[in-house]
Design a protein around this ligand. Structure first.
Ligand code: IPE
Ligand code: MG
Length: 248
């Protein structure tokens, strides 16, 4: 979710006003994903590097986050959304962490959309914490170093119980990953939109899904091989057809 500051600047407003409007985009996108039958939506809300922003902006962002979780948890609960978080949650102010943990606890039995908030998250942070735990388990003998494989590494990442993303949407026209899910994005499709996050609404989500649907995911294979299996494309097609009617 990028471009909150620029959205505000364009309108002569403070950066925090951009973040505030960004919360509206979150609400709309989460609701649309729930209605479409998306199983997982991960929002990159605050990165490890974002801690280095001016103190005032960090503290305003934390207050906004606290309020958003407080205000939205009931609605998420009613909409059958399950809230989860990835990242170095212990770095969050106590109040924010408690509100977050309460929201996770309250919605844990829901089985619609899983909304994953990436907070104080970075892909390198995730890899470091995984390597630390893997090396500890190798050292104490609970795993053999010869058994370290892709699946094992995946199971030590904070996303252990989640599928790899099919689609990565980045707003504000920047062509970079910015330390998001480095391992998990290996074969994700990317859609980059010029829109700043506060202007991103469900129509833009549908556009991104349509773009995704036109692609062929080969996972290193040749076209003839994947035509036989479909590789998840059919799922995204069905899912989009459910709300907006098939465009293709
Ligand atoms: C994204 O918008 C929100 C967060 C990183 C919390 P930015 O704050 O990065 O907005 P720009 O990039 O300055 O426009
Ligand atoms: Mg930015």
């Amino acid at each position: 979710m990028d471009g909150n500051g620029r959205w505000a600047q364009q309108r002569g407003m403070s950066r925090i006003a951009g973040h505030q409007e960004g919360v509206e985009s979150v609400r709309d996108t989460v609701e649309a994903c729930g209605q479409l039958g998306v199983k997982y939506l991960t929002l990159y809300a605050f990165s490890t590097e974002n801690w280095k922003r001016p103190e005032e902006e960090v503290s305003l962002l934390m207050r906004l986050l606290l309020r958003a979780i407080r205000d939205e948890t009931d609605r998420l609960y009613r909409n059958n959304v399950r809230m989860q978080a990835i990242g170095d949650i212990d770095r969050l102010p106590g109040e924010v962490r408690n509100e977050l943990l309460e929201g996770i606890q309250k919605t844990k039995e829901n089985n619609g959309l899983t909304l994953v908030l990436a907070l104080s998250y970075s892909g390198r942070w995730d890899l470091v914490q995984a390597v630390r735990r893997i090396t500890r388990d190798v050292a104490d003998g609970s795993i053999d170093h010869a058994n370290v494989c892709e699946d094992l590494i995946g199971s030590y990442l904070s996303t252990a119980a989640m599928p790899d993303p099919d689609l990565l949407i980045r707003t504000s026209g920047e062509f970079r990953i910015s330390n998001f899910l480095l391992w998990q994005l290996a074969y994700s499709e990317m859609v980059i939109t010029e829109k700043y996050w506060p202007s991103f609404r469900r129509g833009d989500l549908y556009d991104a899904i349509r773009d995704y649907q036109r692609r062929e995911r080969r996972f290193g294979l040749v076209s003839e091989q994947v035509k036989r299996t479909g590789n998840g494309k059919g799922f995204m097609r069905r899912l989009f057809g459910r709300v907006a009617g098939s465009e293709e």
